[in-house]
Each structure stands twice: as C-alpha cells, then as structure tokens.
Design a protein around this ligand. Structure first.
Ligand code: URP
Ligand code: ZN
Ligand code: ZN
Length: 482
C-alpha cells in the first residue's frame, strides 16, 4: 500500500540552506517525509528538475480597493492564476484605509473578495493613512488579534502619506499590539517641490518621474523612517529599496542592532530610468516608485544582495492596466508624469527574473535565491515554518523548476489581468514547470487548475522575530501612553 497521498520523485530538493537529491512524501497537504524511494498513490516525476518551496510574495497589490468603491484590475482570481504560473503560492496583499474613514469596513469587504477569488494562500497588510485615536487604540488592536500582523505606511503620495507625528503614532500602535510596520520611503515635500519645478519648466513626460525623485529623496526618508522606528523601538521593514545608497542606510542601522529589514523587487535589477524615455506614452509602462535607476546600479544592488542587507525580493505587483480609461491613462494620454498612476505588474515574472539574473548569471547560488523569494519573507511575516521552506510538517507548497529552460517573456505567459508586462521580449533562463499548493498540483506546463476560493487566509499570530528589542532612549516607553 502506498505510504503517501503523493510523492514528488527524483528531483533535487532545494531549501534556503541545502540542496539534496530526495523524494518528498505528501500526506493531507503537508510534507510528511523527505527521503529515498518513497511510494505514493500519485507520483509526480521531478527527474532533472529542482524542487523549490513555493514562492512567498509579501508585497503585491491585488484587488486593492480604490476610493469610490472600485478595485484594482487584478482580482484575487486572476492574480492567483499569475502567481501559480510563476511559482508563487502565498501572498500578503493590502487592505486600504481611506482618509477620514475607519479600517474595519474596507477590510471586511476585502476579506470577502479574497475568500471568493483567491487560489493561493493569503494574508493582509493593513494600510494606515489616517491614524486617528479610534484607529490606533481600537481598530489596530482588533485586526492584529484577527491575524493581520503588519501595517503599511506611506511617507509620500497624495492622499496616502503620513507626516512624522502620524508615523510615530502608527509605530507606537504596532509596538503595543505586536505588529510589524512596513514603510514606503520617499520624501513627500521634496518630491512635490521638484515636481512643481519640473512641470513649470514644461518637463511633463514619463521620464521626468525619475527626475522628480532621485535616490537622495529615498535615502532621506529611509534614514528618517529608521530613526523614528529606533526612537519607538519598533521593528520595521523598508519596502522596495531601489539603490545601494538607500541600502547603506539600512546596513548602518542593522550594524547598530536595530530591527530593520529591507526588501527589493525585480524591477530594480532589470529596468532603468531610460525605459521611461520610450516614445510617446510607452514610458508610463515602466513608471514605479521609487524609480528604476541605471545598469551600474543593478550591479551595486547585486552586491547589496550578496552582503545580505536586502533579504527579501517581492514583486510590488501593481494593478494598473496600460490601455483603457481606468489604467495608466486614467488622467488622459497627455497627462503629466505627476498624474500617471505608479506601479508595474510582476507576480509571475518575479521568480524567473531573479533566478535568471541571479542564479543562471552566477551572481548568487540557488539556496540564496530560495531565501530571497520564499524563506526570508515567510519568516519576517510570521508564515514560517508553515510556508517558505521544505521541511517535515510544512505545507506541501512546491515548485518544480527547470533551471535550464529558456523562455522569452510575453504578457500572455504572465496569465494576469493587467494588459502588459514591462518585461515583454526579455529572455530568461529557468522556469517553473509545475506548482503544488498544499499538495495539489495547481499548475503544470503553464496550465493553472484551481478553484476560485480555494486559497486559505493566513492568520498570523505573535512571533519572536518582530518583538521589540527593549532598547529605548532614557528607557522611557512613550508608546505606552501615546
Ligand atoms: O510604484 C509603486 N510602487 N506602486 C505601488 C504602490 C507602492 O508604492 O507600493
Ligand atoms: Zn510603496
Ligand atoms: Zn507596493
């Protein structure tokens, strides 16, 4: 009699630390054995392939609610399809707050949408744009207790940005409740000031997006975000670091023992500011914040990855189409860079791009790749050991990966709702040929077969990694009474 429901046989199993030839035995959706000559009711042949933990994307915008009742073009169903096509099995997406309003009402709506459509497992970050007394003292404690254990704040963007006092209030609320704070770091006033000057000078094209926010603007906000987190003794993650000079701010704080982590995204390894200078409106396809830099910066970013300063690579997948009245042209085809929505799609491209540029190009080893796209994000966001690794008892979320397969990226291969990929025509080495979620084969040779609503909500309880250090100036814990 077969010992396991399913066996993945004959592959090279890769974790964040080891690679070994082994079979994986799956029982009731979990990894029950890693060994030799395992027998299963069903056998998935992994001969010649790598067997990786399912990707964990802890920063992606899927079906995010927009003010006025609309949501992103990328729904939980289409976003899940794209994730599975690209080897990602868990996501952490964003529930929004609209200024002047509560966080509970949109969260309830968002949870319903995810429960209806998701085909990957999912958790949420809660965006805080208006930290009123009710939000920080009543609503944040309530949602953290429900398993939404990370808060997201923006230090720029109208109408999302927080000033320093508001940011401190969110840090304090997170400290009191045991949540992680994630931060979009760019200086709001400096961007406004430069943008006004650029527009007054007639510089309106998409390429001036990068001119409006040079690296120093990201570096200043990163320094401030870390300093204020240090003041409160609250762990944070810096989102989407685009360049070495920003990573250096993170490294300096890490060297002091501050609990600060930082993610980056594939766009900062393959896109450049010059892409935004493509003819006509085409440059809008490459507009995201922080802005892509240049090819010399890509090389410096790989150094930062190798040093371990940046330990998570997420997609920052954005839900804006290129064509149509709700996408990048929402303010018209003649809109200035200020009025073009930011963000690039990348759910399915994340693993292939980072494997190709990282492992196939010889810049990192495959274990480091696994740490960046699966193990580290799972650990930082309280999903490990259930997610992000290949270990006894973990969910059997696996990707069978062909390390030699060359694929030229097209938007059709991304299997997303968004109508373009900024990586169109780029050839990658390394490709997912099958994806398993909790032991079920949900993608094989590009065909996704999963039921909308089959994704599970990942409630995240307390965990040690994000516990404050207990290091406060003067020992006074202002968060207790703030
Ligand atoms: O340009 C970006 N990154 N758009 C998505 C929203 C965000 O800033 O994370
Ligand atoms: Zn951001
Ligand atoms: Zn984002």
């Amino acid at each position: 009699m077969a010992e396991y429901d399913r066996v993945v046989r004959g592959g090279t199993v890769v974790t964040g630390t080891d690679s070994m030839r082994a079979d994986i035995g799956i029982r009731a959706g979990r990894i029950a054995a890693i060994g030799e000559s395992l027998s299963g009711t069903d056998v998935v042949d992994a001969g010649g392939l790598l067997v990786l933990p399912g990707g964990v994307d802890t920063h992606c915008h899927i079906e995010q609610l927009r003010d006025g009742g609309d949501a992103d073009e990328e729904s939980f169903e289409t976003g899940s399809r794209s994730c599975l096509a690209g080897g990602t099995t868990s996501v952490v997406t964003f529930s929004n707050q609209f200024k002047g309003r509560d966080i509970l009402t949109p969260l309830a709506d968002y949870r319903r949408r995810a429960a209806r459509g998701a085909m990957v497992d999912y958790g949420f970050h809660q965006i805080i744009t208006d930290p009123t007394d009710a939000v920080v003292h009543e609503q944040i404690p309530q949602i953290v207790a429900e398993g939404i254990r990370s808060l997201k704040v923006f230090l720029t963007y109208d109408p999302l940005h927080l000033d320093d006092r508001q940011y401190l209030r969110v840090l304090a609320a997170a400290r009191r409740t045991g949540a992680l704070v994630t931060v979009h770091c760019e200086n709001y006033e400096a961007i406004r000031w430069r943008t006004e000057a650029l527009l007054a000078d007639g510089r309106t094209a998409p390429k001036y997006h990068a001119w409006s926010r040079p690296p120093v603007i990201e570096r200043e906000a990163t320094h401030r975000a870390i300093a204020l987190a240090e003041l409160v003794d609250q762990p944070i993650q810096i989102f989407h670091v685009s360049c070495e000079e920003v990573a250096e701010e993170v490294a300096r704080a890490q060297a002091r023992g501050v609990k600060v982590w930082a993610e980056t995204c594939p766009q900062y390894f393959v896109l450049t500011a010059a892409d935004m200078d493509r003819p006509g409106f085409e440059g809008a396809k490459f507009m995201c914040s922080p802005a892509p830099r240049d090819t010399a910066e890509h090389a410096r970013m790989w150094e930062v990855i190798r040093r371990g300063t940046l330990d998570v690579v997420s997609s920052d997948h954005s839900g804006w189409n290129f064509e149509g009245p709700r996408g990048k042209r929402v303010n018209g085809a003649e809109a200035s860079f200020r009025d073009i929505p930011n963000g690039v799609p990348g759910l399915a491209a994340r693993l292939p791009l980072m494997f190709s540029e990282g492992v196939a190009a010889g810049r990192i080893d495959v274990n480091h790749f696994v740490r960046l796209v699966a193990t580290n994000p799972a650990k930082l966001f309280g999903l490990h050991p259930r997610k992000g690794s290949i270990a006894i008892g973990a969910d059997a979320d696996l990707v069978l990966w062909d390390p030699a397969k060359q694929v030229t990226l097209t938007n059709a291969l991304m299997q997303q709702a968004i109508d373009y990929t900024p990586y169109e025509g780029r050839t990658v080495t390394g490709w997912p040929v099958a994806t398993l979620l909790r032991g079920q084969v949900v993608m094989r040779d590009g065909r996704v077969q999963a039921e909308p609503g089959s994704g599970q909500f990942l409630a995240r309880g307390p965990y040690g990694m994000i516990r404050p250090r207990g290091v406060l100036p003067d020992g006074f814990d202002a968060a207790r009474s703030a």
